[in-house]
Write a protein of this length. Structure first.
Length: 416
């Protein structure tokens, strides 16, 4: 693939078979595979809880650890990918992910669940999830294709959620939760051959323009000294809090309300299906509207949908409508967030800087999952967490409004 894309140039030696279409298709398949199983883990709470007499706080802790380590590992994985290329990081991530699912399948104690579902899957996700797919898209694709590609990569993750949620429920019902986890683990190994299409070259002085040859420390100092980046990072916390809480606790919440377990699978699937529309739509809209306004609108609409959902009696119909409404705003925050990072700082350290934004997202996810389990075990209700999600949504809608959408000002070297 030829030459200069954005602020990081792809070497002319890149294989000719890696056309933009091949890159996008393989990246979308990776996003689909990596996002599918982790979005379906909430369906294992009740069958495993019955078998081992575990409370929801046990699963809450394991999946909270997963969200936290996914976030903490993301900037590390991003920095390695920025420096040495995406391929190695994705392969290691896929192996860790598969290993975590296998260990979860044989988990018989809370500690083994924490290690498998928490530590291994968490670090595995940081190495092979859609975050690195978006980084590869930003570096390998020309600027005019990035917006829709970022939306497509995000939408593919949602399609994985759409496929794996009912698939996971059907596997558990017909073959047991152990078989379902085994199949999930095997599927994760498909990421390894697919990642060949997303290989990016190591960053060297030969393929990085002189203007972008920042050190790691300088890039971090520049980003965290930039007010708009800090606001973007703070707002992303809410996205993680809401998504993780709903993914893990919504299936059990619906059962508590007298809704069949299969309905929970279709609600999570509806979220994934409609997020395809939301992500692709936002990927297209950000070419015409300020990204900060899009983000603000998404957070506000998500808060409104939660208020409507918990304010009326829960039925199968209302649950699926909530899934559809939530899906439209589910991961649609990712394309404008990632695009803003690339706009502000270029693509040289994109995976690293987006990784630090994702830390905020996953700290929110950690708290959403953990507090959901703790609050339910203490009060027998998720109501306080639902309203906390509403509050965070409104705050993030306001936080994103002052963001300035422009490249960061850098001093220009003067000739001697």
């Amino acid at each position: 693939m030829a030459a200069a894309e954005g602020n990081l140039r792809v070497t002319p030696a890149a294989p000719g078979w890696r056309t933009p279409l091949v890159i996008i298709i393989c990246g979308c398949l990776i996003a689909l595979l990596s996002f599918g199983p982790r979005s379906s883990l909430g369906f294992f709470v009740q069958p495993m809880g019955r078998e081992f007499a575990w409370g929801r706080d046990v699963f809450g802790l394991a999946l909270a650890i997963q969200n936290l380590l996914w976030g903490l590992g993301q900037p590390v994985a991003g920095a390695i990918a920025d420096r040495f290329g995406v391929l190695r990081v994705m392969c290691v991530g896929a192996v860790l992910y598969a290993g975590g699912l296998f260990m979860m399948r044989y988990a018989a104690t809370p500690l083994s669940l924490d290690i498998g579902a928490g530590v291994l899957i968490g670090f595995g996700l940081s190495g092979c999830s859609f975050n690195l797919v978006l980084s590869a898209f930003s570096k390998l694709l020309p600027p005019e294709r990035r917006g829709i590609a970022l939306g497509a990569g995000t939408a593919a993750g949602s399609f994985g959620q759409f496929l794996f949620a009912p698939f996971g429920v059907a596997m558990i019902d017909n073959f047991g939760w152990q078989a379902a986890l085994t199949v999930f683990a095997v599927l994760m190994l498909l990421i390894i051959p697919l990642s060949l299409a997303l290989a990016t070259p190591p960053a060297t002085s030969a393929n990085v323009p002189a203007a972008d040859q920042q050190s790691f420390r300088v890039a971090l100092a520049e980003a965290f000294g930039h007010r708009s980046y800090v606001l973007l990072v703070l707002g992303f916390f809410t996205c993680g809090f809401q998504l993780a809480f709903i993914t893990v606790h919504l299936p059990a919440y619906l059962v508590d309300q007298g809704i069949q377990a299969q309905t929970g699978g279709w609600v999570i699937a509806a979220i994934g299906l409609f997020n395809i529309i939301g992500s692709l739509g936002v990927g297209w809209l950000q070419n015409f509207f300020p990204k900060r306004y899009i983000l603000s609108t998404i957070y506000f609409l998500r808060a409104l949908s939660i208020v409507a959902f918990i304010s009326f009696p829960i039925t199968t119909f209302s649950a699926i409508v909530f899934g559809a409404a939530t899906g439209l705003t589910w991961l649609s925050t990712v394309p404008p967030t990632s695009a803003l990072v690339a706009l502000m700082f270029g693509t040289r350290w994109f995976a690293t800087l987006y990784g630090f934004a994702f830390v905020s997202h996953q700290v929110g996810g950690f708290l959403g999952v953990l507090l959901g389990g703790i609050v339910f075990e203490k009060f027998g209700s998720y109501t306080p967490i639902w309203w906390l999600s509403v509050l965070f949504g409104i705050l993030s809608a306001l936080i994103n409004l002052p963001i300035v959408e422009a490249p960061v000002a850098r001093p220009v070297a003067q000739p001697a």
